[in-house]
Design a protein around this ligand. Structure first.
Ligand code: G3I
Length: 369
């Protein structure tokens, strides 16, 4: 019998370890496996698996993915007769390889449009655009993408419809058309409406009206995605709960699709603050450039614990909880609403280490529900 060096076996086994074959210690996705999917948004670099450490963290902790930017219309449909599916293909392949729930973000959104789309002038052109755009993209990933944000951020804060190139050219019917086109292209995929501040009363009522209208007009809508870009002290747990109950009463799934919690001051909260004033390099507005003090770490951990406790209470209504990014270093909140700050909104720090907030989300499951 040929002798095989045990060291060689150990090394090759280590090299062969992939996402799906990792020997798991406990992780978010395992701890919450009977409750809802635990997702993350992936940057282009993460989709391309450029950093092995990030890649392995993604695989260990999450079982659902959303592309943070690359499926938005300016990237996927840059010119009228040109689609670019290169990164979207990699994103879907990444999810399939790792047996993850794959969410598509987003088909119809007024922002990050390709310049040519902004110039669509009338209803005929817009109808043709929507048919081509939605049908082409949804058909391309039919049976491979599990759910889509069909329409993103169509509402103003008072619950009325936001002015956009879609509303301006087609009127309200663009909403129903979008859901009908998506359902025709893939009848089995779950179709979501996705927006932020959905815990505010006026916007909540706007979403309820919108979903009812789509359903009444024969559109298929399966879920509401609350983006959940939240703060340490708002929205209140009571308002979040009211929304979960109100949305699920419509007979649709509820997902939290872009969860993060800012710990930094907001220029709009400052009395008399001029939002046009230059806040960059202002120490007051960027109080923790090096590290987050324990007192704030604790507040963040408590806030996440309270939120996940509520999610567990309503796990029968919640399909997915997705964080908007893997770690603090990649968060959009480092650059918004003020560029170049250091924010700490997620469960992993910029060095990929779990924070107190991670432990608190894990520990909630150890407490009897
Ligand atoms: O790719 C360019 C890069 O080439 C360039 O050097 C760099 C300079 O600033 O910009 C890069 O593009 C940025 C892009 O993110 C990729 O990082 C854009 O400037 C920046 O505006 C863009 O921001 C994205 C934002 O959507 C755009 O609206 C954020 O990453 C993304 O997290 C954010 O996500 C949205 C959701 O889609 C919808 N809900 C709200 C959420 C947060 O705004």
């Amino acid at each position: 019998m040929k002798f095989i060096n045990p060291y060689f076996i150990a090394v090759t086994t280590l090299l062969a370890v992939s996402c799906t074959s990792q020997k798991e210690t406990s992780s978010l996705k395992d701890v919450y496996k009977d409750d809802f999917y635990i997702g993350t948004a992936l940057s282009a670099d993460q989709i391309e698996e450029k950093d092995a450490k990030e890649d392995s963290l993604i695989c260990k902790e999450f079982n659902a993915i959303t592309a943070e930017n690359i499926m938005k219309s300016m990237f996927i449909h840059p010119q009228k007769d040109k689609y670019d599916f290169a990164l979207a293909d990699k994103f879907v392949a990444f999810g399939e390889k790792n047996k993850m729930f794959i969410h598509g973000h987003t088909l119809i959104w007024h922002s990050q449009l390709a310049p040519w789309m902004e110039k669509i002038k009338d209803s005929t052109e817009m109808k043709a655009f929507m048919k081509d755009h939605i049908t082409t993209i949804v058909t391309k990933y039919k049976g491979r993408i599990n759910s889509w944000d069909v329409v993103n951020e169509a509402l103003n804060e008072d619950g009325t419809l936001r002015k956009s190139v879609f509303l301006n050219t087609l009127g309200e019917r663009y909403l129903v058309d979008a859901y009908k086109l998506a359902a025709a292209a893939d009848p089995k995929v779950d179709l979501y409406y996705n927006d932020y501040n959905l815990e505010d009363t006026a916007k909540r009522e706007g979403v309820i009206r919108l979903v009812k209208k789509i359903k009444a007009a024969g559109g298929k809508i399966d879920g509401i995605g609350s983006q959940a870009h939240w703060k340490l002290n708002s929205p209140s747990i009571e308002e979040i709960e009211k929304s979960i109950l109100a949305y699920s009463a419509l007979g649709v799934k509820v997902a939290f699709t872009e969860l993060d919690i800012t710990v930094l001051p907001n220029p709009w909260d400052l009395k008399g603050a001029d939002v046009n004033q230059n806040f960059e390099n202002n120490a007051k507005m960027n109080p923790y450039p090096k590290s987050l003090p324990d007192s704030v770490q604790n507040k963040l951990a408590q806030r996440y614990a309270a939120i996940f406790k509520l999610f567990l209470k309503h796990k029968d209504k919640i399909s997915r909880v997705t964080f908007w990014g893997v770690h603090d270093g990649q968060s959009w909140l480092n650059d918004w609403p003020i560029k170049g700050r250091t924010n700490y909104p997620l469960l992993f720090d910029a060095k990929l280490q779990p924070k107190k907030a991670y432990n608190s989300v894990m520990e909630i499951k150890a407490v009897k529900e």
